[in-house]
Design a protein around this ligand. Structure first.
Ligand code: CTP
Length: 424
């Protein structure tokens, strides 16, 4: 369970008797951690009520294109952008035909056409309709365009016939949807990620920290795990739940984070420093709570170790990625950090007045490496993290000039990996 945490599934429901299973599907997707929004066609509402799916999904069901009220809440383009995956279950022969021809004459077909998210179809129809050459040609076209087709299964049908055309069971659809997120681009690699703020104590109850929520670092750790990496997340104080399948270590200060990183960096293939590490800490920590006797007080601060630069400076350093949070001159500042810290890639974002960033659920990123600059658009942090991981994987492979297959073999046996030859 919990395999779809932070995933946003837009479930399309078309008209067919299998629509009754969509209720169970919504529940199971949510049990697996997904956020679900439902779009129903007019015909679907003849088989199952919008109220049922609204109650189970926890959100109003979207039914009409260009309906003033629902468009004001979340229009078709917003819905299309919101989705990490569009899953249509059941997908009727009619919807499949419309999508194969790029038609957009209702809300569901418009969202399917307007989305950049992967599209998965779970066909459900009478076996003759399934076997019909038109349906098969339409499906072949959609597959060629990148659509995923889940099922259908064979067996007894509601119409009394026996054959292919039954929608897959909800549990199977949840499992197949989960697989869509498992890209495997970092398969077999060890990745260390830092996240969140640090806390530099002044006295037992006070300290210096910053507004980092940890959301971006946690999303990066989760995306790396989904990409097949073994991930160690070293987190400063946050209110977040550790991601699934990630070894999470909680630390407090910059020095603690430095120590934890260096205790785990030896086997790392990739290091991603997302944490907003304090640059300075109080020179002395008062043993007792400081009393407000004086009218003024001065804090004597000393520099903390730069974790990112220290990792990049290691002999046979891992592929090293830093973040840069800047209030001005984003690209120039980030480029300066790329060379000053000697890292392979800097992911830069704007912070401060009017910017997204720390507490926001969305962000934008400018990726800067030796080969140039790539801008990632404003996306939910989990989507941005997946795009970043894909970018890192491509760059890592180019830099190491070996295929993933070779890497997998090498990292399984570090003694054979020339990049690790000096290590114990
Ligand atoms: N970083 C780090 N250790 C520190 C300070 C920063 O590992 N003591 C890492 C962050 O995790 C991030 C990158 O360095 O990946 C950039 O951090 P940032 O605070 O933007 O840069 P600084 O080097 O601190 O420079 P400045 O504050 O002067 O902009």
């Amino acid at each position: 369970m919990g395999t779809l945490v932070n995933k946003r599934i837009l479930l399309g429901v078309t008209g067919g008797i299998a629509a009754y299973k969509s209720a169970d599907l919504v529940r199971r997707l949510r049990d697996a951690g997904a956020e679900v929004r439902v779009v129903m066609t007019r015909a679907a509402a003849e088989f199952i009520t919008p109220l049922t799916l609204q109650t189970l999904s926890g959100h109003p069901v979207h039914q009409h294109l260009l309906d003033a009220r629902s468009e004001a809440a979340m229009d078709h383009i917003e819905l299309a952008r919101w989705a990490d995956v569009v899953l249509v279950a059941p997908a009727s022969a009619n919807l499949i035909a419309k999508l194969a021809h790029g038609r957009a004459d209702d809300l569901l077909s418009t969202v399917c056409l307007a989305t950049a998210a992967p599209l998965a179809l779970a066909p459900a129809m009478n076996r003759q309709m399934w076997d019909n050459a038109a349906t098969q040609t339409n499906l072949a076209t959609l597959k060629q365009h990148g659509a995923h087709v889940f099922g259908p299964a064979a067996g007894a049908q509601a119409c009394g016939e026996v054959g292919r055309g039954r929608m897959l069971e909800p549990a199977e659809l949840v499992a197949l949807t989960t697989e869509l997120f498992a890209t495997g681009v970092l398969h077999g690699l060890n990745v260390v990620v830092t996240a969140g703020p640090t806390w530099e104590a002044i006295d037992p109850v006070r300290g210096i920290s910053n507004r980092s929520s940890g959301k971006m670092g946690y999303a990066v750790a989760q995306a790396a795990a989904e990409a097949g990496a073994r991930v160690t997340l070293i987190s400063g104080p946050t209110a977040l739940t550790p991601p699934e399948r990630v070894q999470t270590l909680r630390v407090t200060s910059a020095q603690d984070m430095y120590d934890a990183v260096h205790a785990h960096i030896n086997d790392a293939d990739i290091f991603i420093g997302v944490a907003a590490v304090a640059d300075y800490r109080p020179a002395r920590v008062a043993t007792d709570k400081i009393k407000k006797h004086a009218d003024r007080m001065t804090l004597d601060l000393v520099k903390t170790p730069d974790i990112l630069a220290s990792v990049a400076a290691l002999k046979d350093a891992p592929f090293t990625v830093g973040f840069a949070a800047e209030t001005a001159d984003l690209e120039a500042q980030a480029r300066a950090k790329l060379s000053a810290k000697g890292v392979d890639l800097i992911a830069a974002n704007r912070v401060g007045a009017g910017a997204l960033g720390f507490e926001s659920d969305t962000n934008t990123l400018l990726l800067i490496d030796a080969s140039g600059v790539t801008a990632l658009p404003e996306l939910h942090k989990s989507q941005l993290a997946r795009r970043l991981i894909q970018y890192i994987a491509n760059l890592y492979n180019k830099t190491n000039k070996v295929g993933l297959q070779n890497l997998h073999v090498k990292t399984k046996n570090t003694a054979q990996d020339p990049r690790r030859a000096h290590r114990p």
